[in-house]
Design a protein. Structure first.
Length: 154
């Protein structure tokens, strides 16, 4: 039994390869990394989410998230303000430019990697997405290590 018949290895390997490819395309075209894109995407969806929650959901450290947020702020893609309901909390949200870059990055990845996925055909791709969503619900259930608890709406 080789590595490509080992489900855990294959999922991890594909994830790593796709992440590297996404990172390369995003750096080259938009000067943001894949990690920064994921943070922008999460904050666009929910600006009230805490850095700890982002870190857990994305499988990164809080320090890494904090560092990436600082870089995104310096690029003018994120802004932070005080939460009017709790003045001890800060709300970090994408700026207009940040939202434009997030949308451009999503479109860029779809264009860059769409042909590979299109080769599967609509029906097979729909089944793959459905299967991965089911697997996500099973693997990411409460009480498991690294669980995201679906706080990102996944």
């Amino acid at each position: 039994m080789g590595p490509t018949t080992n489900l855990s290895y294959l999922l991890q390997h594909l994830s790593e390869v796709l992440a590297k490819q996404h990172d390369h395309v995003l750096q080259k075209q938009l000067e943001i990394g894949f990690s920064q894109y994921k943070i922008l995407m999460v904050l666009e969806w929910n600006p009230r989410i805490q850095q700890r929650t982002i870190a857990t959901a994305l499988g990164q450290t809080e320090a890494s998230i904090s560092r990436q947020i600082k870089l995104l702020k310096n690029k003018g893609l994120l802004a932070t303000r005080l939460d009017p309901t709790n003045r001890r909390r800060h709300i970090t949200a994408p700026t207009t430019l940040g939202m434009q870059v997030t949308e451009a990055a999503t479109a860029l990845m779809r264009r860059s990697f769409g042909p590979e996925f299109d080769r599967l055909g609509e029906e097979q791709l729909a089944r793959l997405i459905s299967t991965l969503q089911q697997l996500h619900q099973i693997v990411c259930r409460p009480g498991r290590l690294g669980v995201c608890n679906h706080q990102l709406g996944i």
